[in-house]
Design a protein around this ligand. Structure first.
Ligand code: ADP
Length: 380
């Protein structure tokens, strides 16, 4: 049964690549749609189809070739997916779920309606409306402004602390939230299949690089109290159930200094905070996604060993064909697993790969991860 299902993935970046590699274990045929044959996933797809996942015709034509269609990115053409769904194709996550999630305003309204905890918010039509609210005294500093639809990897988020920072305001429809007093940023990846089975991976904590606003270290299991971890996992389960999604859902959470858990946002696909599962868990997030969208039994999410993951980001000051420095030193270290995505060009803070460092304890893994970080660089 497994071998005959044709899985189509919209998007050929690193997430598509790791999905395809995982599918290889079962010799499952994978179709991938993206713009260029030198993208990370292309060499690992059974069939790579050149096209734009934002264009109706490209997605529709691509969908005809698959039995089950899924995504590695939310920003895809959902009109084409709706049509494919009407014609009997299985689409996970569904176009309706994708439309809800890719609009941060709709996401926030969803949490409010479902009684799922998230920071308070207001929606604004544009920058002028935000300025008017500040002038009238209705909007106090500091606040966080998020573009409703354009955000990806922190590019659609501005923290405004004073009038002098008006220049940072983002154009277009947005969500405004108060600045949350964050103790830790956590992530829980959950999976659900059509039978309604749900399974959660252990909670991870994410440390951000303040310059790039990208995850720098990811620790699993998160160094938090067991009661908080259990609450976070429970919240992630409630969230995927509320959405009714089949596949993975990465639930990003804030743990506030007062000990409250708030949903920041979700992603209905494999996620950066789950890369460590390839080596550290019984089942990887990529295999779990395939199991979930194919309505197979979900795999065990138990951890084999503690892990620290670091993103391999393009070194600031370098742009051009990628050059990896320090690889051999890292390959000589025990428990250091290097993943190079194969993007031809680097630029500052571009995600070029990741490294998962295993250890008997989190402290041991962290110690080795620091050594890796000191030597491994992507330059041009
Ligand atoms: P993106 O979709 O670009 O990843 P997020 O909504 O996750 O954007 O925000 C990016 C980062 O900005 C978060 O990981 C967090 O560090 C910070 N952030 C977002 N919202 C708030 C908030 N209300 N208070 C404090 N920090 C926030």
């Amino acid at each position: 049964m497994i071998l005959q299902t044709r899985v189509g993935i919209l998007g050929g970046g690193q997430l598509g690549k790791m999905l395809a590699l995982s599918a290889g274990n079962w010799h499952l045929p994978i179709w991938i749609l993206d713009e260029a044959g030198d993208f990370p996933a292309a060499p690992y797809a059974t069939t790579f189809v050149k096209g734009d996942f934002r264009r109706y015709e490209d997605v529709y034509r691509f969908g005809q070739m698959a039995d089950v269609i899924t995504v590695e990115i939310e920003h895809v053409n959902t009109d084409a997916l709706r049509q494919l769904e009407k014609e009997g194709k299985t689409v996970h996550p569904s176009p309706a779920q994708l439309e809800l999630i890719k609009d941060k305003g709709l996401q926030k309204q969803f949490y409010a309606e479902r009684g799922l905890p998230s920071a308070p918010f207001e929606l604004y039509a544009d920058e002028q409306a935000v300025k008017a609210a500040i002038d009238s005294g209705a909007l106090p500093y500091p606040f966080v402004q998020k573009s409703r639809t354009a955000g990806y990897d922190g590019r659609g988020v501005a923290v405004i602390s004073a009038a002098a920072e008006f220049g940072k305001l983002l154009p277009g429809p947005c969500v405004i939230e108060p600045l949350v007093d964050i103790d830790k940023e956590l992530s829980v990846i959950v999976a659900r299949n059509e039978n309604g089975d749900i399974s959660a991976f252990p909670v991870v904590s994410m440390d951000f690089n303040p310059d790039a606003n990208l995850v720098e270290w990811l620790l699993c299991p998160a160094p938090i109290a067991d009661s908080v971890a259990a609450e976070a996992e429970q919240l992630a389960r409630r969230t995927i159930e509320a959405y009714g999604i089949c596949g993975l859902l990465a639930v990003e959470l804030f743990l506030t200094k007062s000990g409250e858990l708030l949903i920041n946002e979700v992603a209905p696909r494999p996620h950066n905070s789950g890369h460590h599962t390839i080596e550290s868990c019984y089942t990887s997030q990529f295999e779990q996604h395939l199991r979930a969208v194919l309505n197979l039994p979900l795999g065990s999410t138990r951890m084999k060993t503690a892990a620290v993951m670091l993103n391999l980001l393009g070194e600031p000051g370098y742009a051009g064909p990628a050059n990896y420095e320090g690889l051999e030193t890292c390959l000589a270290m025990e428990g250091v697993n290097i993943h190079i995505y194969g993007k031809t060009h680097t630029k500052p803070f571009r995600k070029m790969g990741h490294v998962t460092v295993l250890g008997a304890t989190l402290a041991e893994a962290m110690d080795k991860a620091r050594q890796v970080k000191a030597v491994l660089r992507v330059t041009a």
